[in-house]
Design a protein around this ligand. Sequence first.
Ligand SMILES: O=P(O)(O)O[C@H]1O[C@H](CO)[C@@H](O)[C@H]1O
Ligand SMILES: Nc1nc2[nH]cnc2c(=O)[nH]1
Length: 293
Amino acid sequence: VFSRDVSCIPYYEECQKTADWLLSRTKHKPKFAIICGSGLGMLAETLQDQEVFKYSDIPNFPQSTVQGHVGQLVFGELKRKACVYMQGRFHMYEGHSLYKVTFPVRVFKQLGVETLIVTNAAGSLADSYKVGDIMVIKDHVNFPGLAGYNALSGPNDERFGPRFPSMSDTYDKDLRGLALDLSIKLGYSHFVQEGVYCMVGGPNFETIAEARLLHKLGIDAVGMSTAPEVVVAKHCGLKVFGLSLITNQVLKEYGSNEAVNHEKVLEISKKRAGILQDFVTELVAQINSNNTN
Ligand SMILES: O=P(O)(O)O[C@H]1O[C@H](CO)[C@@H](O)[C@H]1O
Ligand SMILES: Nc1nc2[nH]cnc2c(=O)[nH]1
């Protein structure tokens, strides 16, 4: 489940075939790819001149199985910048190999994408965060990766990137700075934070003891995605920027009956998607006007 089946057709060629299939059907040449987190598919709604491809029609693409993840790629223009949105991501807990989870990122690279923007729904461990806050991801802890369940496990294809990629500067410093400046300009600074995201395997939410452990480790927000996509993006030379929407507080005390569930996560995502959409739209516009890209 966790590493790729090395007996399948060559991975690079497989990604290229999918990229070529898409390029022959869309007029857009995206420089930005945006992955929509749980319940955040509507981020793509502001795209102009849309072209939509269902995952079930795209060669080699996995299928979405989680509620709140529609399962289609949407190409279009945001402030005249060509973008591709992934409405529905793949998670390790769905049973996809990490090679499948990260397949779209490598396809994006072969489409000519230069910047990957990841979004996710996450629970907060930081005491100062509130439900509805947006966290600019400064760094991550890839728990499955640390335990050997890494999307880069298996033979390394140098055409994607090096065997031992550095991850010390993964979330682009300039883009983080730009986002924090933008949050002030947009009047968002009272709910925009910067912090560390942690990926756990899921699909269960945290026990109290696990929540306390993550809190002690200095983690600000926890979810079940993002790290594999980001690791693969960094490996193949994409710029990375990430936003977590805080959909719930992770319980750290016994005796509460406030337990989180996926429906509550989706409810908050739906409520805050508009704000996240504006943030991403303005950021994409600024990246170009500031020549940060
Ligand atoms: O990370 P995304 O896909 O936003 O979704 C998060 O929300 C779901 C749990 O409600 C999990 O899939 C978790 O990873
Ligand atoms: N692991 C985990 N994933 C989430 N996704 C949204 N909220 C949460 C949470 O509290 N924990």
